[in-house]
Write a protein that binds this ligand. Sequence first.
Ligand code: NDP
Length: 318
Amino acid sequence: MKEMAEVGELATFKLPTGHHIPALGLGTWKSEPNKCREAVYAAVVEAGYRHIDCADKYGNQEEVGEALKAAMETGIARQDLFVTSKLWCADLDPMKVKQALEKALHELQLEYLDLYLIHWPVHTTVDASRPPSKDQVLPLDLNSVWREMEKLVEEKLVRDIGVCNFTVPKLEVLLKTTTIKPAVNQVEMHPGWRNDKILDFCKRHHIHVMAYSPLGSQATDELHDPTVTQIAEKIRKTPGQVLIRWAIQRGVSAIPKSSSPHRIKENMQVFDWKLAAEDFETLSSFQNQKRVQDGYILFINPEEGPLRSLEEFWDGEI
Ligand code: NDP
């Protein structure tokens, strides 16, 4: 499953369902209003991206949809694109799943999604504050939510379904009852948070891993880390390219976000070269491992609970 195949100019991985997922996609979290449209258009039409990673929560799916429509008007076929969106925490209710998907399709101006993911394994109220009060975190009936996700596949509204931010114990629970297994677990991954345990588990269970925040996100300075910059200088690539190539060589797809057409192009130029084994190993050996997107602000309420600590939230994978 993890063999990378060249399809046109863009390498892809094969999902357990046989569908191909591009090894590189464009992230759209914090893709700024009035810039997101241009970024997606530049990515698809000028830089050759075929995967766009979206979410209801990012609040910019309408701009993504306008850009995809314009891109398809240039002759790019829908079946050559791979569009991902995510089910937000307030919609983790079996009664809301289809409605949430239909909203995403409407905003994106699409008839189907290639991939629909559970964004976080937490069910909250629509008006949940940060952190949520005790009453704003609701019981999660994961099996029933997943069954609704499976129905979306059966109805051909979605080609593949998966999850984000799932730990090994949470995946184990899900795998016990699924008819359609999660095709993807989208998780934070970069040299400063390798996420080895999840990668190993997913490889063994044929769940494709998608690396989010592959550049370390805005919060870290991984793009300026001396190890990364030294390797980049040595091989005449940019730090961004080195980090993206590292992810792809681990057998995962990466979804770096950029709103800059220049950096969008730069990030795509990772398919005609490889990191040497020693550089790959160096990047795989960062001592200080730390999550950037730990979900603390979104979900942890140490005083009231129900989730009182990151240790509890991540089932010890912290
Ligand atoms: P990234 O690691 O992709 O980093 C994005 C930052 O890097 C931006 O500030 C961007 O700025 C900058 N950047 C991009 N390319 C380069 C480059 N070549 N050189 C220098 N700087 C660069 O962070 P994200 O956290 O955005 O993660 C990527 C995507 O993953 C998200 O957009 C989202 O789609 C997904 N995601 C999913 C989550 C989940 O829970 N499922 C959680 C977090 C992210 P600029 O735009 O100015 O280029």
